[in-house]
Design a protein around this ligand. Sequence first.
Ligand code: PRX
Length: 635
Amino acid sequence: MSNYHIKHLEEYYKVYRKSIREPELFWEEIAEEHFVWRKRWDKVLSWDFSKPEVKWYEGAKLNITENCIDRHLRINADKTAILFEPNDPDEPAQHITYQQLSEKVNRFANVLKKKGIGKGDRVCIYLPMIPELAVSVLACARIGAIHSVVFAGFSSTALSTRINDSDCKIVITSDGSLRGTKTIDLKSIVDEALEKCACVSTVLVAKRIDTDIHMKEGRDEWLQPLLDKASVECEPEIMDAEDPLFILYTSGSTGTPKGMVHTTAGYMVYTAYTFKNVFQYRDNDIYWCTADIGWITGHSYIIYGPLANGATTVMFEGVPNYPDCGRFWEVVEKHKVNQFYTAPTAIRALAKETVEFVNKYDLSSLKVLGSVGEPINEEAWHWYNDNVGKKKSPLVDTWWQTETGGIMISPIPYVTPTIPTYASLPLPGIQPALMGENNEELQGNQVEGKLCIKYPWPSMARTVWGNHERYKETYFSAYDNVYFTGDGALRNAVGYYRITGRVDDVIIVSGHNLGTAPIEDAINEHPAVAESAIVGFPHDVKGNALYGYVILKEVGADRNHDNLRKEINQIITEHIGPIAKLDKIQFTNGLPKTRSGKIMRRILRKIAGNDISNLGDTSTLLNPEVVQEIKENVV
Ligand code: PRX
């Protein structure tokens, strides 16, 4: 028997040791006993990190939707698969059963086929958190099309970059989206984006709001009439284990966003396995992850992981503070949620409000609390643990990344004792390593270094879409033969890991990864801007906020600074989205640079974070005098 479900600590250690000693046997047993395959694999794993090339379950044939939907129909057809909770609490929730989900997915898959979409084609999905989003993702997987979900908070420029990068043929969107009191006109964002995308010939539009929108003749069609006409039967496309399942873009420290490619079998096995263990999901539990499906957390732990386990997964359209800051807890009470998974930034924002918003509701159904996306600070950890979990629901601080596909380091609730701010122990199959200053692996405990992973795991991204060299350069060139995460971490006396944050130029703002380079490029497009540099600084709700240092051209020198600040944030919103707006902008005459012309961000970071007592040696700078000027004009 495989060790699919770990129930106590000794078992964890036993399973972990086996997963390290005999990784292939370990993942083979899990794959064998818990999934349906059209053909068995010939080889569990082949890998070479120097290329890098990783293949799991090579030779196997399957369709992930058979595992996430069809196989549950025999005994669980009437069980709720997706529990949709709308933005407006007065609008009724929708309970979509596995049977209904099957029909919806098949209809949608048939519509896509009619539109000429087939195996390997890229489909861009730009939808709010409505059931059509989950259904369209699964419909792509049903026919072997590669979905590329773009978070519906991204701007038209960000959308068009992503559509063009993966050459999507079709865009699925909605007339609009509802978020709290706001209505957002998504369709016109798509229209604007598509002015720059020659590859898209079809746009399918789901209806969510009641306003007239522009539909372009010959390109745009309402989705519902097409679904109504489509058959509820659709044979799944039989995929190879290593066929791409989806592309999901993530920001890098430089250049355009990277389209991380995840493949079918390994991703399925790993997300299912980690979902079961990290949330200790039992048959009739109601599980809720508040993330947006536009991010990896939503892909792996709203859709694929839960559905592969036949779970009931809540999909929430709204926001934590509408109609008031009790909304999360109202939903927990209403649907008797058992596992609740959210981000530290949401916790910090809610912790600022009176605890009455929490205490008003019956949260006794909760069994597990989860945190993801950024380090959770001690205060937020305790607030969450004490007020929401009532100190009885273990809090799992899950560390992972878009690139890793699934949770890598996390406590297993009721199994691993938790320590605030520690992601704790690696899950079975995961072999972390901390690397030191001289590129050596740090041995033993009580060490701090750069976090790498030494051995492949099934859900790791296989490449960057269209740019394998970039994949190699970003993740496999810092150190030989290991995957480099971009994060720093420490290992304490008992071997627990604590993630200390990014060690590159990626800044995590409210749990969203933002690369500095694309933001700087956007700012530099302003006609009055000569040069800019972005750094992060600590923020008590967002974790980090963005601080911009901007050098103006002569033409801009006499402009009103407040107006310029607004214009700069407007440009950022247009190029990336409101999530990348700067909290603070300082105009300066220079930026501290090394003699080779590199901006010394370390100094800028310290000044922005109001930590100016020890700026280190600035005498080697090309222009040490600017440091004083910057210090004096800090905003
Ligand atoms: O820096 C780490 C941070 O988020 C990064 C990954 O971001 P993304 O690809 O958007 O995926 C987020 C959801 C999985 C990581 O490199 N991060 C994620 N989880 C944690 C974390 N930092 C500390 N603790 C965590 N639990």
